[in-house]
Design a protein around this ligand. Structure first.
Ligand SMILES: Nc1ncnc2c1ncn2[C@@H]1O[C@H](COP(=O)(O)OP(=O)(O)OP(=O)(O)O)[C@@H](O)[C@H]1O
Length: 297
């Protein structure tokens, strides 16, 4: 069915051991097919617990969990539809990268050697080395590639860019965008706001085992403050435009913050000779910061 969510949880509870931590306290979550969903939240909020339940590595204490409409515990065939990257990706250190990818590729119905070679080349990864001899970042690359290589309908990724340098973080963003263009669903936990901003359609924030917010990234963008810089051909004028604040004038340059739509500002600027106009991508980090403050802080 086209409308079946890729991921759905209802009142999901996970208690570790008798009298132990209650990591999930009734989590309700829905991810649509084809969506890229960022799962955010402070350390210990329950992200990895949720992810491990989705891939059936652990079982919930109560509640409902469905992936493509079926319960992971009763549908081992789901494994073939999921590309999973664990938060603590580990592999047999004596194997080479190529041996691991070829083995996993065969388990998942076969992945062309050409695809593996292309990914390794894009990611600058030497597949002939034993995994045990790879640096942490290179092992993480292998983890990312094994999740994506067979183009699964659903990718479930636990902090995928942890340990990756900025070049590879960019490669990762490209990989997620390709997957999204391909109609694949991506569910990923992350602490890296820039990658979430660049890849996700929606974000959910979990805190102490419950979902406290779900937002469309486009809506957040509209609400977020943008930094604007305008260069004039003479001294910067005094502007009277809705939505601007924190105006600072420095000779021919005016800097301000803009919230909401830019129409008022553009119309006010139209009265003047504008040499250059720079509008920065809004930072969503500030909007989320309150969710990360620790209880009692
Ligand atoms: N195997 C376990 N046994 C007992 N408690 C656990 C276990 N795994 C996780 N927990 C506890 O469950 C809670 C949620 O942990 P979880 O790893 O799901 O959080 P997280 O959001 O992924 O955190 P982080 O951002 O630090 O990776 C924490 O209080 C953690 O200590």
């Amino acid at each position: 069915m086209a409308d079946t969510p890729a991921i759905q949880t209802e009142a999901l509870v996970k208690r570790y051991g008798r009298g132990g931590t209650t990591a999930l306290k009734g989590l309700d979550l829905t991810v649509s097919p084809g969506e890229v969903f960022g799962f955010l939240g402070p350390n210990g909020a329950g992200k990895s617990t949720t992810i491990r339940i989705l891939v059936d590595l652990i079982r919930p204490t109560s509640g409902v969990v469905r992936v493509f409409g079926v319960e992971p515990r009763s549908a081992p065939e789901l494994r073939g539809k999921i590309g999973y990257l664990a938060g603590d990706f580990m592999a047999n250190g004596r194997q080479t990268g190529r041996e691991l990818l070829t083995y996993l590729g065969a388990l998942r119905g076969g992945v062309p050697t050409q695809r593996i070679d292309q990914l390794a080349s894009d990611w600058d990864l030497d597949l002939s080395k034993r995994i045990g001899s790879l640096s942490k970042g290179n092992r993480q690359k292998l983890g990312v590639l094994q999740a994506f290589m067979h183009r699964p309908p659903l990718l479930i990724l636990d902090e995928p860019t942890s340990g990756l340098d900025p070049f590879l973080q960019r490669q990762f963003v490209a990989l997620v965008r390709q997957a999204a263009a391909n109609g694949q669903t991506v569910f990923m936990s992350s602490h890296v706001m820039s990658e979430v901003q660049q890849t996700c359609d929606r974000v959910g924030v979990i805190r102490s085992g419950s979902l406290v917010a779900v937002e469309h990234v486009d809506d957040l963008r509209k609400r977020a403050l943008r930094q604007i810089e305008v260069h004039f051909n003479s001294d910067a004028p005094t502007l009277d435009a809705g939505g601007i604040s924190d105006v600072v004038v420095d000779g021919r340059v005016l800097r301000c913050k803009l919230s909401g739509d830019a129409d008022g500002l553009v119309k006010a600027l139209a009265q003047h000779h504008v040499v250059d106009l720079i509008s920065e991508e809004p930072e969503l980090e500030e909007l989320f910061f309150t969710y990360y403050q620790h209880e009692g802080a």
